[in-house]
Design a protein. Structure first.
Length: 317
């Protein structure tokens, strides 16, 4: 067996964010029955000298041709405003354990599967017609989440909430050039979130950026979806705890990761089980969705396997 090695430029040519990719990720979410599967806890290395984090995720299923070990690092070196991503996905033969492929993507496939997961969550949880959608954040994943959103829904109005006016303008200009859509920019949460039917958070914040009072203005619950993408480590949080307690339905990609790395960390097991009552995305009944729905996506390794096998298939296809 010849081992395949692909670098980032080659991978970018093979894999882009499409509706097909969103469907692949959706099918993977729903593939819960397996003869044998193993997804160990996420390993995270907080690397202060690099001002960043190295994350290792792995997944094995006897129903797949391969299993994956992914290493992805995000580092903000020196006084740079933009972080650097480094890493790779290693694919092994599921029957022999032999190393089959090294996808040196520098985090690109993770970005694609994260955006696709967000698109799938919106497709499953959001109403068919969206009046106002707000993207929170202005970085790379904010752009990819908007691209994913537009593959599954066509909101009448799109907003972006951020702190930096220059970054907001850059996001708005990109959206117009790439998707020919108008984005209205806000720096104040109360204005940016008013009447929003869909809110997608994409920040790396360590303190809440979305608060109860901004979402529940006037104290009234109505149908609204929040998809939280940013909290995927022990030191990140995007949602205020008081807002979490107001959710009518809490959805996540993985219960353990949501309670240890995602937005549920800090809550007691009793509170999670008796008050929040989370369910995973693959268990959702689309016919009963109403009220304030919050979906916490921390990034699961079986999606890393799915996007890696998708990339590998493009090589032979």
């Amino acid at each position: 067996m010849t081992m395949i090695v692909l670098n980032e430029p080659k991978i970018r040519k093979l894999v882009t964010l499409t509706r097909e990719v969103i469907d692949v990720i959706g099918e993977t979410f729903c593939s819960t029955d397996s003869r044998f599967s193993c997804q160990p806890p996420v390993q995270q290395m907080m690397l202060d000298p690099l001002n960043g984090l190295l994350c290792v995720k792995s997944f094995y299923s006897a129903d797949n041709h391969h299993f994956v070990v992914k290493m992805a690092g995000n580092y903000r070196l020196g006084d740079k405003d933009v972080s650097q991503t480094q890493g790779m996905n290693a694919l092994y033969d599921a029957k022999s354990g032999q190393l089959c492929a090294v996808l040196a993507d520098n985090g690109y496939l993770t970005q694609i599967r994260t955006a696709a997961a967000g698109g799938y969550a919106v497709d499953q949880l959001a109403p068919e017609h969206i009046n106002v959608a707000t993207i929170v954040g202005t970085g790379r994943q904010a752009r990819m989440q908007l691209s994913a959103l537009l593959l599954v829904r066509q909101p009448k109005h799109i907003r972006c909430l951020g702190r930096n006016k220059e970054s907001l303008k850059s996001f708005s200009d990109w959206a117009k050039q790439t998707h020919d859509v108008k984005v209205t920019c806000y720096t104040e949460a109360n204005s940016g979130l008013t009447d929003a039917d869909l809110v997608i958070t994409t920040t790396t914040s360590r303190t809440p950026v979305i608060h109860r009072d901004a979402i529940l203005a006037g104290g009234q619950h109505r149908d609204r979806l929040i998809v939280a993408m940013g909290s995927d480590s022990v030191d990140k949080r995007e949602l205020e705890e008081a807002l979490i307690m107001e959710s009518d339905l809490w959805v996540c990609d993985d219960l353990n990761q949501s309670s240890t790395l995602g937005e549920l960390k800090g809550f007691s097991k009793e509170t999670i089980e008796q008050a929040i009552k989370p369910v995973t995305l693959d268990k959702i009944d689309n016919s009963t969705l109403s009220g304030l729905i919050i979906c916490d996506l921390t990034g699961i390794a079986k999606l890393d396997l799915a996007i890696s096998e998708y990339c590998l298939a493009k090589v032979s296809g």
